[in-house]
Design a protein around this ligand. Structure first.
Ligand SMILES: C[S@@+](CC[C@H](N)C(=O)[O-])C[C@H]1O[C@@H](n2cnc3c(N)ncnc32)[C@H](O)[C@@H]1O
Length: 274
C-alpha cells in the first residue's frame, strides 16, 4: 500500500483535484445553514486539495486559510488564487503552529479524513477541536459503511450489468468485460477477501474499518464508518449539535435516507465548556 500523502502529491492526482469546480448538495446546504454568520468567520479549509471549495467559501468568510499536507496541492491553489488567500502546508494531525481556539469554522471536505487509520483520525479530530473556538463549527464528510449499495461495488455481476446497458461494439464490450474482471479480482486481492459481502458484514459489526474501494485508483485503503458510530465518535471527542445530510443535501438523522449515500456530510460544533 502506498502512503496517501505520496499519492496526493503526484501530478496526476493533484491536477485532477485542481480541475474540480463544484459544490455538492450537502456543501450547499451547510452554506445555507451557516448563512450570514459566515461573513464573521475565520475559516480553515483543511485538506483543501486543488482549491475546489476556495472559490465558494473564500469570498464568503472574513478570513480564509487553505491547508494541505501535499505541497503539490498547495502549489495548485497558490497558482489558481494568486495573492488572494493564504495557503499553507500543514498536516491535520500535527498543527502545533496553530494556537488554541483560533478558528470559527474548519472544513475537511470530500472525505479527506478517511485517509487516516483509526488512531490518526482521532488525533486529527482532537487537533481540529483544539484549534476551533468554543462553539466553532466543523464540517466534513466521511465514507458510509452502511451505504446500501456498498456490497454491489465489489460484485462482478453489478459491473457486468453496467456494461450491458452500454451499446458498445463487441471488441469494446470484450475489453470492458476483461477490465471489469481484473478490477474485481484486484479489489478482492487488495482487501484480502474472497467474499467481500462477508468482509463488509464483519466491518459493519465493528461499526468502522478499512476498504480498498478503488478510490485513488485502488492504491490506498479508505476508512468507512457507520453514521451512528460517527455521531458517537464526535460526541466522545467533544463535539456537539451534530447534524448530518442526505445525498440530496437534506439535513436528516434518518438512517434510511443517510444510507442512500456512499459518503455523508456532518456539521458539528466544539462544545462550549471543556
Ligand atoms: C479527497 S481530497 C479532497 C480535496 C478537497 N478538499 C476537495 O474537496 O476537493 C483530500 C485532501 O486532503 C488532504 N489530506 C489528507 N490527509 C491530510 C492531512 N493529514 N493533513 C492535511 N491534508 C490532508 C490530501 O492531500 C487531499 O488534498
Amino acid at each position: 500500500m502506498l502512503d496517501h500523502k505520496i499519492i496526493y502529491n503526484t501530478k496526476t492526482i493533484s491536477k485532477d483535484y485542481g480541475r474540480r469546480d463544484y459544490l455538492d448538495k450537502s456543501e450547499k446546504a451547510i452554506i445555507k445553514l451557516l448563512g450570514p454568520k459566515l461573513s464573521y468567520m475565520s475559516m480553515l479549509d483543511m485538506g483543501v486539495g486543488g482549491g475546489r471549495t476556495t472559490k465558494y467559501f473564500g469570498p464568503m468568510v472574513k478570513e480564509y486559510i487553505g491547508a494541505d499536507y501535499a505541497l503539490a496541492m498547495i502549489e495548485i491553489c497558490r497558482a489558481k488564487y494568486p495573492g488572494m488567500y493564504e495557503f499553507i502546508e500543514a498536516d491535520a494531525r500535527y498543527m502545533n503552529r496553530m494556537e488554541y481556539d483560533r478558528f470559527d469554522f474548519v472544513l475537511f471536505s470530500y472525505n479527506g479524513l478517511d485517509s487516516f487509520n483509526h488512531q490518526q483520525r482521532i488525533i486529527a479530530l482532537k487537533e481540529i477541536k483544539r484549534i476551533l473556538k468554543p462553539g466553532g463549527y466543523f464540517a466534513f464528510s466521511s465514507h458510509n459503511l452502511d451505504w446500501q449499495e456498498l456490497p454491489e461495488l465489489f460484485k462482478l455481476n453489478s459491473e457486468l450489468a453496467k456494461l450491458k446497458l452500454k451499446k458498445d461494439t463487441t471488441i469494446m464490450f470484450l475489453r470492458s468485460y476483461i477490465r471489469a474482471g481484473f478490477k474485481n479480482l484486484k479489489l478482492n486481492l487488495l482487501n484480502k477477501s474472497i467474499s467481500m459481502e462477508r468482509l463488509i458484514k464483519k466491518l459493519r459489526q465493528n461499526k468502522k474499518g478499512y476498504l480498498y474501494d478503488n478510490s485513488l485508483n485502488g492504491k490506498a485503503s479508505i476508512y468507512y464508518i457507520t453514521p451512528n458510530e460517527q455521531y458517537r465518535q464526535l460526541e466522545e471527542i467533544g463535539f456537539t449539535d451534530i447534524k448530518s445530510f442526505s445525498k440530496q443535501g437534506e439535513q436528516t438523522r434518518s438512517l434510511n435516507k443517510l444510507n442512500e449515500a456512499p459518503w455523508i456530510y456532518y456539521l458539528c460544533r466544539k462544545k462550549w465548556l471543556k
